[in-house]
Ligand binder design. Structure first.
Ligand code: SF4
Length: 298
């Protein structure tokens, strides 16, 4: 172990993001960038070439956290899809977390269909036994055409299978879907197909975000050229309504409280579905104020 490395604090590189629910977690960057990095709407890791960080740097950050982050009982593994780390190395990281941060109750990470596919069910069970308690999966849409167009690199069927595999391993599954990603014409079709995908996958949590146009991304170029038209506020509300109406979860939380959305909704499904639909209907009638454009953010 290099002492110089040990004393430098956390070694974050470039833009780092985490899900809103991991705001108070120890953020441990174990990969840099995203191994896929092709989604047309995503600009997060465009400046980063994907790599797994050096074990010495990862251990140094864990040791730093063991001294200064004793009040945080969750760890989130950044960047993109930490699950893509080969099994032995990922187990080593989880084991070091258990060894040096014994108060940590849950480790979370982003995943994608490819990284889940690369792990067997037994391997997922193994990482769960070593502390990995939740995976965050970007679904975006249940519509095959949209998934292809945004270069998601997977199909609706594969997303459903991989999501179910995570749940079968006993790992909690939180997915994100993207309002507005289908543009104006196919908005409701996207909403319905996404609701159907969610019903088949049955995740524990669904977070609906609203598409934001990030300069430098292919989607932004399509917007500038007129090929992509963002749905209006009203159309986005109708899209959200259709999506929730088409979603049947056995026991899950559907929320749209992300800062990119116009209307924060939080519905426990199946019980809270009607209440959420009534809330959206009230907003459609103009009885609830929407988040102003200047307050929306990623
Ligand atoms: S949306 Fe997710 S999978 Fe797609 S490029 Fe961005 S980080 Fe990678």
């Amino acid at each position: 172990m290099d002492c110089a490395i040990q004393n430098e604090g956390m070694h974050y590189e470039g833009t780092c993001i985490r899900p809103p629910s991991e705001a108070y977690s120890i953020l441990l960057q174990v990969t840099v960038g995203c191994s896929h990095n092709k989604c047309t709407f995503c600009g997060t890791y465009k400046d980063k070439r994907f790599r797994i960080k050096d074990d010495r740097i990862i251990l140094s950050d864990i040791l730093f956290a063991s001294k200064y982050m004793k009040r945080q009982d969750r760890v989130f593994l950044m960047d993109g899809d930490a699950l893509i780390i080969p099994q032995r190395r990922l187990m080593w990281i989880l084991d070091r977390i258990r060894e040096h941060l014994p108060w940590v109750k849950r480790v979370g990470a982003y995943a994608n269909a490819k990284s889940i596919k690369m792990k067997s069910l037994d391997e997922l069970i193994q990482v769960r036994e070593y502390g990995l308690g939740i995976l965050y999966l970007g679904v975006e849409s249940g519509d095959e055409e949209i998934l292809k167009e945004v270069h998601k690199g997977t199909s609706a069927e594969s997303l459903i299978k991989m999501g179910r595999k995570v749940k079968d391993a006993g790992i909690k599954l939180s997915v994100t879907v993207l309002l507005g990603i289908a543009g104006r014409q196919r908005s409701l079709r996207h909403a319905k197909a996404t609701g159907e995908l969610l019903s088949a996958m049955d995740p524990n949590y669904v977070g609906a975000l609203t598409v934001m146009l990030i300069p430098g991304t292919p989607l932004h170029e399509d917007y500038i050229s007129g090929r992509f038209k963002v749905p209006t506020e009203r159309e986005l509300l109708q899209e959200l309504r259709e999506m929730i109406a088409s979603t049947d979860l056995t026991r899950g939380l559907f929320f749209s409280n992300h800062a990119s959305n116009y209307l924060p909704v939080r519905a426990r499904l199946p019980k809270g579905k009607q209440e959420a639909l009534d809330q959206i209907d009230a907003a459609l009638r103009g009885e609830i104020d929407l988040r102003p454009e200047w307050m929306r953010a990623l």
